[in-house]
Design a protein around this ligand. Structure first.
Ligand code: SF4
Length: 196
């Protein structure tokens, strides 16, 4: 996939709105985490090894802006790691295997583009709920570490629905303004490979 060229006049206002939405997610997550007394640290089952797929052009282009902000040496490092990871996923897919590989942006246990990380990286880990029109509320579990540390505490309402809905609206508006029609489904590694 080639990266669509879009002028700043198109992207910047949407990046600003995306950052405001990310801030709201971070606040919602922090409220829930505080209610459980849950802290995401020292985790053996690091969720940055999960093969998350991301579906929005806006988040993709925002993340690439983060990659472009790294110094040249770091960019080369993450691009090389991203290419290796894509090869690992491709090999595993050919063999019908599941693999867990560390995200190319996680270096020495830390996300080096934390401010640019996509929605699922912000919401993952804590028990949550989702409301779809005409359906009963779906309750999702937290990660294994959350279950071990806080799974015995009463559920604190963490509703992802408004965040998902705002993201869908923002992405649709962005695609319309940018003249984009394709759908995407990309890992962080695949996104970074396209920026090389
Ligand atoms: S973008 Fe950052 S938080 Fe998300 S999986 Fe990669 S390293 Fe982890």
């Amino acid at each position: 996939m080639s990266i669509p060229y879009l002028p700043d006049a198109v992207t910047v206002p949407f990046f600003e709105r995306l950052q405001r939405l990310y801030d709201a997610m971070d606040r919602g997550y922090a409220r829930a985490a505080d209610a459980y007394g849950f802290h995401c640290d020292g985790c053996a089952d690091n969720c940055c090894r999960t093969r998350f797929r991301h579906h929005t052009h806006l988040e993709y282009l925002f993340l690439l802006q983060g990659v472009a902000s790294l110094d040249a040496k770091k960019q080369l490092r993450v691009q090389s790691r991203a290419a290796q990871i894509c090869r690992s996923y491709d090999r595993a897919d050919e063999q019908g295997l599941q693999v867990r590989v560390m995200c190319p942006l996680n270096i020495d246990g830390r996300c080096i583009l934390y401010a640019y990380r996509p929605m699922i990286c912000r919401l993952h880990g804590i028990a949550h709920q989702l409301r779809k029109p005409g359906q009963s509320t779906i309750y999702g579990p937290g990660c294994t570490t959350f279950d071990e540390r806080s799974g015995d505490k009463p559920y604190f309402q963490f509703d992802r629905t408004p965040f998902y809905m705002d993201m869908v609206r923002l992405e649709n508006e962005f695609k319309q303004n940018a003249g984009l029609t394709a759908r995407i489904k990309m890992t962080i590694a695949r996104m970074i490979v396209t920026s090389a």
